[in-house]
Design a protein around this ligand. Structure first.
Ligand SMILES: NC(=O)c1ccc[n+]([C@@H]2O[C@H](COP(=O)([O-])OP(=O)(O)OC[C@H]3O[C@@H](n4cnc5c(N)ncnc54)[C@H](OP(=O)(O)O)[C@@H]3O)[C@@H](O)[C@H]2O)c1
Length: 240
């Protein structure tokens, strides 16, 4: 298969599936990772991997980077949990940091030598609007805020190697991930959705479009940025 080779984590459903399908249609060869195989035809190769396991992740990434010359990395897979401060266990916090920060770092480290050798690369990390604050999302929001910190720092470190690093921070997007972590009948979730300025949830394809742009040659002068794709929710409350 010709075209750029793009490693996408979390390809089995939701936003990752939309990214893999959009990029595949645009000619990318996808190297897809998730615990379960994608229930659709991936344009590329799928690797079953639990990113919560650092040793398995290291072994699988070593294998993947030996077999594929990765041009682009999309760190999409993420872990969400709901716990207010008094309920958040340290184990839960460790798991959130492990999947959302450690695995993201491991994937970037694995792809770096190949990108550096080519003096060209693109890394897009998935953040979240929750990093700006949402009740019950302390651990998750902290992990996603860390992703922005990594993005900005790696952008500086890698700019002279022709590698850009950016973050796409979604607002509420209609996926299993959102539905599984939000009681859609609760007044708090209804109020959250009602407060989205554009008046609706986002679609996975709208995140995929932003990712595709940041991976493109046209985005070569964009690095270290966080693009909020959130229907205006990150702007703040409109009191009028
Ligand atoms: N949906 C939203 O409203 C929203 C808002 C803000 C940010 N985000 C972020 O966007 C990203 C995608 O969210 P989503 O809503 O599409 O989630 P989702 O529907 O739950 O899908 C998550 C994907 O990641 C994979 N995954 C999860 N844990 C994994 C692990 N330990 N190892 C390997 N793969 C794993 C899942 O596959 P398997 O289960 O097969 O492993 C699945 O393909 C996440 O980083 C999330 O934090 C989403």
């Amino acid at each position: 298969m010709a075209g750029p080779v793009t490693l996408v984590t979390g390809v089995s459903r939701g936003i990752g599936r939309a990214i893999a399908e959009r990029l595949g249609a645009a000619g990318h060869t996808i190297v897809g990772v998730a615990r379960n195989p994608p229930p659709y035809e991936l344009r590329g190769t799928f690797y079953a991997l639990d990113l919560a396991d650092p040793k398995a992740t290291a072994a699988s990434l070593a294998d993947i980077t030996k077999r594929h010359a990765i041009d682009n990395l999309v760190n999409n897979a993420g872990l969400v949990s709901t716990a207010r401060l008094e309920q958040l266990t340290l184990d839960d916090l460790d798991r959130l940091i492990s999947v959302n920060v450690r695995a993201v770092t491991q994937c970037a480290q694995a792809c770096l030598p190949g990108m550096r050798a080519k003096q060209r690369g693109r890394i897009v990390n998935l953040g979240s609007r929750a990093m700006y604050g949402r009740s019950g999302r302390g651990g998750y929001g902290a992990a996603k805020a860390a992703v922005v910190g990594l993005t900005r720092t790696w952008a500086l470190e890698l700019a002279r190697d022709g590698i850009t690093v950016n973050c796409v921070a979604p607002g509420p997007i209609a996926t299993d991930g959102f539905r599984n972590n939000n009681d859609m009948t609760s007044p708090a979730v209804k109020a959250l959705l009602a407060s989205i300025p554009v008046g609706r949830m986002g679609e996975p394809q709208e995140i995929a479009a932003a990712v595709e742009y940041l991976l493109s040659d046209d985005a070569g002068f964009v690095t270290g940025q966080t693009l909020n794709v959130c229907g205006g929710l990150s702007v703040g409350l409109d009191p009028i």
